[in-house]
Design a protein around this ligand. Sequence first.
Ligand code: CDP
Length: 788
Amino acid sequence: MTIEAKPRHSVGKAMKRKEDPRFLQGKGNYVDDLKFPGMLYLSLVRSPYPHAAIKNIDISEALKVQGVTAVITGKDLEAAGLGWLPTFHGFDKQMVLAIGKVLFQYQEVAAVFAESRAAAEDGAEAVQVDYEPLPVVADPFLSKTDQVLLRPDRDSKTNHIFHWEVGNKDGTEQALGSSAKKIKQRIWFQRCHPAPLEPCGCVAFFDTMGRLQFHVTSQAPHVYRTALALVTGIAEDKIHVVSPDLGGGFGNKVPVYPGYVCAIVGALKIGRPVKWIETRTENLTSTGFARDYHMDVEIGATPDGRVTALHVATTADHGAFDAAADPSKYPAGIFGIVTGSYDFPVAHAEVDAYFTNKAPGGIAYRCSFRVTEASYAIERGMDILADELGMDAVELRQKNFIRKDQFPYPSALGFTYDSGDYHNTLGVALEKIGYKALLKEQAERRAKGELMGIGFSTFTEVVGAGPSKHFDILGIKMFDSAEIRIHPTGAGIVRTGAKSQGQGHETTWAQIVAEELGLDPQTIMVEEGDTDTAPYGLGTYASRSTPVAGAAITMAARRIREKAKKIAAHLLEVGEGDVEWVDYKFQVKGVPAKTVTMKEVAFAAYTNMSTNEPGLEATYYYDPPNMTYPCGAYVAVVDIDRETGEVKVRRFLAVDDCGVVINPMIVEGQIHGGLTEGFAMAYMQEIQYDAEGNHLNTNFTDYLVPTSAETPRWETANTVTPSPHHPMGAKGVGESPNVGSPAAFVNAVIDALSPLGVRHLDMPVNRDKVWRAIRDAEAGKTGAAVFA
Ligand code: CDP
């Protein structure tokens, strides 16, 4: 972040800010480091009220602040036809700047442009807004009553946003009704935030050719370009979106935020570059949150533990606008994966979403659109069922796993799982963790009154959206693309429609090209995020890069190999049919001594050695025939201090199966990172609002991010069940540990507390909650106090 050394503002607040390390948190970020001549800084005025009518906005004092150039309000944007943004899955629209009223605390109310960031912030403080508080609805169950209508701007006069359901309602009801055993539990996946270390930001300007140059922290730059063209009316060729190196995204950088629109409007109206960089507080309070699903989970079973039916009814808190970044046909994302790894004969899932006076969002935080919620629901549900049946949670899982010979497996909720060997993956986990010995130790400790828990999560998830006939964003099909150019000397460049945010595409994409073409991966450059050069793609989220863009790279490389084969035949002076690809070289069939390398072919392709069409490049747009279904068996072993409630993770083992692994080190890194996030959600994190709608965690002292001091040591292993339809047999992996681990952490805590009669606690299962559960149990209040 660049702050002017000499604040021009006399009060000296600017200097104080400069010295305050909280204001330096963006430093070192790529967008934040961008500087352009004459650049202005944008600061947003935000509402202190969660729900209030705006009586008046007085910008006169702000305009007097030295360095302030302009102030715009919602009314200005409305007059320009830019008052509202379409939300990604098209069911709603979102105010750019408040029009008439505010709907959540920290909502954007006015935009102040100034010569320095400090001046912009001083200007924002000087904007006077008269609010008239309105009744607040901070609870989706209260919202359901429609006593206070939050969105009178909508045609439907209710707070209910949508009802979505899938599966066999009547069949499930009947099966549950006739099941000998049944559990029912409300399970809340609390509101969380992806909180990437680099917050969101952008720089917008119109160049001398009148083109919008938009540098932005985006996980989906091409979708931004199209969305901007549709919303602003600027021709798409006059928009250049550049998403540079990102300091994490995790779904937080998929939506288009009001700050971006204001920066573009400012650049257009004032005619100068405008930079907007969020503070940590702005990131936590107003950009896409995750989860906030209240899930009523019912599972039926036979007395010997075979599952008979699953019903999940969810109340979803979507905040003030329905800004969830979900595919249009799936308002609840891919929640239908909620049957998990288990062979349910019948199931029914439904989701009802409601507006509340909270920040909008519902983004796919390191997951495929609500897969994490689904995975948590079923993995907690199976443990509760095991408890009900008095059965070992592992045995229950093994008994109900979809068997290897059932793949491709059609699930009761309409998915076709591509492949998996769940018994094997869990088997590896049991052996590595030494389950039998742990059970023995646990029994001994329990006899002494000690609280030791072993928690499992044997999840299946679904990654790699498309297929495009089912999945789209704003109507744009969910395919992805790759373009490969091999230069005359055998070096090359690969560009894709994906966008790395630290997942290492730069390494793995080069590996794929090298593997397919027999070239040195060190000489393959990878470029993503520039809409002028990269082929159109839907971006990176939901672990879709390897299943979709990775497949596109493979297919483009194979196209190159096809052309290269013709050139090789010419060089080897044989017919094309006599050439084969053996051991990373072209070889005359049956004559191992007569070979030509891809490097030699590349040179020939650009010189007069070949008579073929010059050049060696290919593009491929890949529309996956199905998604991929990675799975995992995770085990957490915890010890709980009975006096303090402190949970110590003694061991955590993650056995993942993401099909063929391209780069084991990157995959391991992905798993370490995701487990750390899962650990944080399970034990520490919750975006909290009080009943008046005040946002209680506005920085990292309230919203906790684990450091190396708290983070357990991770043990990892893997099994390989290739995807039958992916050209490399690979499945995605980035989100697996975030999706699969929360249940293992929580199951371990509940297992530890189960001798006290505790059956469920909602996340975050922090020390206070565990301490309270233990004390209540000791006082004989277990059921009432700790059941959700
Ligand atoms: O979409 P995103 O990049 O977040 O997720 P991904 O496709 O799961 O890939 C994350 C990283 O792991 C990428 O660098 C992948 O190429 C790598 N990966 C791998 O090496 N082998 C796999 N089977 C899956 C992913």
